[in-house]
Structures are given as structure tokens and as C-alpha cells.
Design a binder for this molecule. Sequence first.
Ligand code: ZN
Length: 324
Amino acid sequence: MLAYKNNIEKIKSFFPDTKFIEYAGYENEELYETFFQFCQNDMVRNNLKLGDKEALFYYTPYSEVMAGAELRNNILLLAVNKGAIEELHLMFNGYHNVFQQNSELNNWFNNLANMLNVSIGSLMYQCSTVFLYRHELTHLIQKANFITQPEGNLEVTSLGINKKQIREMDADINATYLVCGQLISYFRTLDTEQKNIGNLEKLLTVGISSIYIYLLLYCKESIEIYFNQYSHPHPLLRLSYIVDHFVLFAEKNLDNQFKINSLMIVNNCLNKSEIFNLEILKSGIDDNISNTFANEKLNIKDHILALLNASFELPELEMNNNCP
Ligand SMILES: [Zn+2]
């Protein structure tokens, strides 16, 4: 077992100005400890991709649902805000009754919840936190492999594609694989007759919806569609390529026994996430988001393709650093 206090001792001695928390005695102590063990072990497993550098996980006292990754004095630091654990726990576990109370969510998810030995809320908490962590780990891999200097604020590829968005997409895709792998493990626990395409699509919808709901927490102000602007791709683009990679990964890992309908999953995620947000956050995201997706589908596809096609120009990406 790894010890969180060892990480804190090192951080205190190398970077005395760093703000951190120690969670012993917290109400949710077990959540912090379980997540620390999971993340720090995964960082150890990814040691080669991290350029053999020391990588330390810790929690900060901040309340925003955020995490961060940095390379300081040749040490890789991955920080998760206390707010990320507390808020995502409250949102998905604290209000898990929503899956019984709302008839549409109940009808849709209840059978699945009964088959799995885990509640839908805790599955969503797990998926969103694992995604948040693995996304940041990928930024550490990119930093460890960063061999060219940034060219200022607007970094673009030879064809004018926003490099920051490519790095974010790389982080999202790598995070997708870890979350999807966990969902497939759950799927494998089902009885033979329960291992059908309907349950697989529902399980993937639960995972992707939790990621999408988490991503939407960043854009409460405006969700108008954009393409090559800003550092992160628009949530609809992120949702779209996350679904595509979930589907590819799941089909391949289940020996191509199932043909998954990506578009149906996107639409179900948009629909179920909107209901969830209305129930929990008491506000919808945007009534028109499903329409926006339908109207912009081709432009969304084009920009994702442009990001993917330009990705070979960034050697630091995880997708370009596949160690054995
Ligand atoms: Zn990022």
C-alpha cells in the first residue's frame, strides 16, 4: 500500500509553497484514500510514458471541481482539488435517489442497476473521477515528452489547427480508454443472457453521461457552438469523439461480438444528462443542445477529423508515445 503522507512529505520538502490537504479524519476519508491509491498506482504503472520521472499525486484545498498537472524541477505533480471529490460525490452519490424518483431515468437505468452490484450514482462518480484523473495524467505524459517550446499564446499546426485543443483531445481519449475498460469489466460480470447489446449500450451511456455532465460544469455561462477557438474543444465535440472512442474500444475488447450504435448513444447521453441536470442542478444546460448537435453534426465531424489529422505534428502526445 502506498502512503499519501509520503507524497506530502516530499511535496513539503521540494515545494514548500504548495497548498495541500491531508484527509485523515475527513467525513469522506475513505473516498480520498481509495482514489489516491488508484491514481498513484496508475501513475507508477505509467512510469515509462512519464519518462521515468518521479510523479506525485496530492489533493489541494480548493473547492472548484478541477485538477491540474505540472512539471516542476523535474518532478511531475498531479493535483486534484478537494472540491472535485466532494462535489462529484455529492452530485452522483448524494442524490442517487434521482434514479428512483425520476420515472424516465428509473425506467431506463433501473434494470441495469439491479443487474450490477453497484448503484448507477456510484458508477457515475467512479467514471467521472477516473476520467478527471486520467485526463490530467495524459497532460503529465505530454509534459514529460514536451521537446519543442510553446510558440506563445496562439499555437497552431502547419494547417492552422489549434494545438491546445489537440492536446486536450489526446487527454480525453486516453482517459476514455481507462473509463471504458472499467465499464467492460462490469459488463463481464453480467450473466450470459444479460450480456446483450441493450445492456452494453446502457452501461456505456451511464459512463459517457457522467463524463459529459462533468465537462458541462465548466461551461455554465454559454454553450454556443465554436470550433478552432479556445483551449478546449466544445463539449459537443468532446462528447462526440469520446463516444466514438468508447465504441471502438468496447467493440474491440469484446472481440467484435457487438455492433454498437454511436449516434444512439450520443442522443441518449444528451437526453439523460439534460434530465439529470434538471433534477440535480435544477437547471438545464441548453434546451437546444440536441438541435445544435443535429444541425452541426457534419461541422463537428470535420473539426474532429482536422484535430486528429494534425496530431502527428505533436510528438509529445500520449497517442504518439505508445511504450510497450
Ligand atoms: Zn486538459
